[in-house]
Design a protein around this ligand. Structure first.
Ligand SMILES: [Cu+2]
Length: 369
């Protein structure tokens, strides 16, 4: 059943990608000179139109070229859902607690926000091989309401965690390229540099405020070495650009130091872009992802809250995004690029009671030299 759903999601993504790309084949090439100047920018650093700023590892570099990236992503989650059914706060506290006692969930998350600051570098080691490294600083924030044993609300509280997350190193390997089409492999490794033992004060059902290990969702890293394989296709013709990317996150360790591993994740993304002026590009994206629940458990994460249950993680989410890139092609700003994208989910089928994904914004600054 799940398999069929996955296949449906992926097929939908691919179809949408084709639909977005049709104009690329249909349009006349009267504007080809402007497009050619865009696509052959600065000493041939990049031959294709840039992907939406949220897409990583979308392009390669010529031998000897460097690029620095700063990206910021703000993401929010709000209200609860199980599968595709929305849950009220009353629905959540009626659910049983796996870490009994108490018998029922007594703390309900209502909102979460995440800020990620991503700093990465790319280097063209050869025309067929681009190396990359990325570090990430993350801030997480979650709001909750607490109920006592009798089911009466006794207050609310907020938990926070922040610090450096996992570090990604890897490479992009060119498979095929002609004037219009480009394919490369993405091969990266995520190193467990992010903390997985963050704590904060909580409001317990008995009215006390103990300092506890925060649930999985509030930790900063996976705690495991993760393989990040992928395949990227990009195309450009005239003023149009388009592409597709498959990316997976495969946990290489059975469990981390605290006794669990996050679920494997698979993502498909398709995008299309149009160059409205020589420096301004608009773009659209559709992404589908599926992630398994957490395997194992951290014995120190045991509060009567849904986020303390390893089964209440993962699910299937489809989101769409729209954004722009500004790429100056002459003058002192040549080599710089600014991008922005806003995205929101259009479908989410979540494993167990979970906060629903809400909107996200991504901004970034790129410098090539
Ligand atoms: Cu780059």
């Amino acid at each position: 059943m799940n398999q069929i759903k996955h296949a449906g999601l992926l097929a939908g993504t691919i179809l949408t990608s084709c639909a977005l790309s049709i104009p690329a084949f249909a349009q006349d090439h009267s504007n080809h000179n402007m497009a050619a100047s865009i696509h052959s920018e600065h000493n041939g650093h990049i031959h294709t139109s840039p992907a939406p700023i949220s897409v990583m590892g979308d392009h390669m570099h010529k031998k000897g070229d460097w690029m620095m990236y700063y990206r910021f992503k703000h993401m929010t989650m709000k209200d609860n859902r199980n599968g595709t059914s929305d849950l009220s706060i009353a629905d959540v506290i009626a659910l049983s607690n796996v870490n009994t006692p108490p018998a029922n969930l007594r703390v309900v998350p209502t909102q979460m926000s995440m800020n990620m600051h991503m700093i990465s570098g790319m280097y063209g080691a050869a025309d067929w091989l681009t190396l990359m490294v990325m570090g990430m600083y993350t801030e997480k924030d979650m709001d909750h309401v607490t109920f006592n044993g009798g089911g009466n609300q006794i207050g609310n509280f907020n938990t926070r965690s922040s610090g450096w997350g996992d570090t990604i190193i890897g490479g992009l390997i060119k498979l095929y390229e002609n004037d219009t089409h480009h394919f490369h492999l993405n091969a990266a490794l995520s190193l467990p540099t992010g903390d997985i033992d963050k704590e904060d004060d909580v409001l317990a059902p008995n009215g006390t405020t103990p300092t506890l290990r925060l649930p999985y969702a509030m930790q900063l890293g996976s705690g495991t070495y993760d393989l990040l394989p992928g395949l990227t296709y990009t195309g450009a013709s005239g003023l149009w650009g388009w592409g597709g990317q498959y990316k997976a996150t495969i946990r290489l360790d059975d469990e981390n130091d605290e006794g669990y591993s996050w679920g494997n994740k698979h993502e498909m993304t398709a995008w299309s872009s149009y160059q409205f002026t020589p420096i301004w590009q608009g773009n659209m994206r559709v992404s589908a992802e599926t992630m398994d629940e957490i395997d194992g458990a951290d014995p120190l994460i045991a509060a009567p809250v849904q986020t303390a249950d390893p089964d209440n993680y993962g699910g299937e989410i489809v989101e769409i995004g729209a954004g722009f890139n500004i790429v100056p092609t002459s003058g002192v700003l040549t080599g710089h690029q600014i991008g922005f994208e806003a995205s929101a989910p259009v479908y989410q089928d979540l494993n167990g009671p979970q906060l629903k994904r809400d909107f996200a914004i991504t901004g970034g600054w790129v410098y090539r030299f």
